[in-house]
Design a protein around this ligand. Structure first.
Ligand SMILES: C[S@@+](CC[C@H](N)C(=O)[O-])C[C@H]1O[C@@H](n2cnc3c(N)ncnc32)[C@H](O)[C@@H]1O
Length: 391
């Protein structure tokens, strides 16, 4: 089996993009889609991402004898995760710990700026995987953390430390006044870093999950409506609490077939001077962490963020988050801003291609190894039967 890229991949990328196009015609973000399509068709990164992803899954499913669809795969993973809260908390603690360690060591922004971080606001912080490497690596940093209580369906906080102060609160109901009051008990300093790692999927009840399912597969809404609202709320609290020139880290959902992450990226690029898309990898033992993408944003510009705050608040207040009033921002976004986001995404798909390439090559090796082991075993048993020595 050859592990070289085929030169004909342009046509595969084009047909993939063509098949997604009708999802966007007549939507407010159609022009964003066409810009992306144009940019990606010229990107070797995107081509190799599609190619290696296809090869990896084909080889994986063939070698394991499985033939399920991506949506079934997602449902199975979701079920396994939601069945055991404590196991999930432990796995998140480890996985998030590795991811934050990766970010602190390898992120272009964080590796340089981490020494300046003294005060952190962590939204949706449990089980504390991010907090642990932060307090261990940055000896004078303190963290004010909020997370949904286990009684309300949240993950329990497992990491305890004298420099981490946790409050079990629903972030959807949390106000900046409350944050300010609780922060004042610790310090008068402003937040240097704000972490936004909320996720609803794990805490949804099964019947709720069903109601939300239709949104899961809509190209505009890769999140459930609740998850979308949580992300928007995190952003509003971030705008109200981050200090000028501060750092923010937010988990994003960047997928080609949903432009939601791209729109978030445009919003982030309009509020921060520097945005780095970061995929933790390498030393993480857990497979799921390969799929997480974070935007690490530096040099917060508070005056430029006011209009975003108004727009995001409107979006949250409207009972239908789907109204997506924030998409107007995209319509207003300057060409250079959109271009910058497309460049960030292209390099993101380059990273993704690299990960799939590694996984594909490892799988290939392990299959070849087990094949040659089988051949050896067969030869050995044949020669034992015939009484001669194995060669
Ligand atoms: C991916 S985990 C975060 C892991 C965390 N970053 C760490 O380092 O361990 C998502 C967290 O969001 C919490 N969460 C979900 N909805 C929430 C809400 N409305 N308010 C506060 N926390 C919420 C979950 O309970 C869970 O602890």
């Amino acid at each position: 089996m050859s592990d070289k890229l085929q030169p004909t991949q342009y046509s595969a990328a084009k047909s993939f993009l063509d098949s997604a196009e009708n999802l966007y015609v007549n939507t407010k973000i159609y022009s964003l889609f066409t810009q992306r399509k144009h940019a990606f068709l010229q990107s070797s990164h995107f081509n190799s991402f599609l190619d290696y992803r296809k090869r990896y899954w084909a080889l994986h499913d063939t070698s394991k004898g499985i033939n399920y669809s991506p949506s079934e795969r997602r449902l199975n993973v979701g079920k396994a995760v939601s069945e055991n809260n404590t196991r999930m908390a432990n796995s998140f603690l480890k996985g998030c710990g590795y991811m934050m360690t990766d970010m602190l060591n390898d992120s272009r922004i964080l590796s340089k700026q981490k020494r300046k971080i003294k005060l952190v606001l962590s939204l949706c912080a449990a089980p504390g995987g991010f907090c642990q490497p932060l307090v261990e690596q940055i000896l004078d940093c303190r963290i004010l953390a909020y997370s949904l209580s286990p009684e309300s369906g949240g993950i329990p906080m497992l990491f305890e430390h004298e420099r981490v102060k946790l409050f079990y609160e629903d972030v959807m109901k949390l106000s900046s006044d409350q944050i300010e009051t609780q922060k004042k008990l610790l310090t008068d300093d402003a937040f240097d870093l704000i972490l936004m790692d909320g996720a609803w999927a794990s805490i949804l009840q099964k019947d709720e999950q069903k109601q939300e399912e239709e949104f899961q597969y809509d190209p505009l809404y890769p999140f459930t409506t609740k998850e979308f609202s949580l992300k928007v709320k995190e952003l509003i609290l971030m705008i109200e609490n981050l200090k000028e020139n501060g750092i923010a880290i937010i988990r994003l959902n960047i997928k080609f077939k949903s432009l939601f992450g791209t729109v978030f990226l445009i919003i982030l690029n309009s509020m921060f001077a520097d945005v780095e898309l970061f995929r933790p990898k390498g030393n993480s033992p857990t497979f799921w962490s390969q799929q997480f993408t974070y935007a690490i944003c530096h040099n917060f510009k508070s005056d430029e963020s006011e209009k975003n705050k108004k727009m995001l608040s409107r979006c949250l207040e409207s009972s239908l988050a789907q109204e997506l009033s924030f998409l107007h921002l995209f319509e207003e976004a300057s060409e250079s801003l959109v271009k910058k986001c497309l460049e960030q995404e292209k390099s993101y798909f380059g990273d993704l291609a690299e990960t799939y390439k590694q996984k594909y090559e490892e799988l290939l090796k392990s299959i070849e190894l087990s094949y040659s082991r089988n051949v050896h075993e067969n030869r050995k048993s044949r020669s034992e039967h015939s009484g001669s020595k194995p060669r």
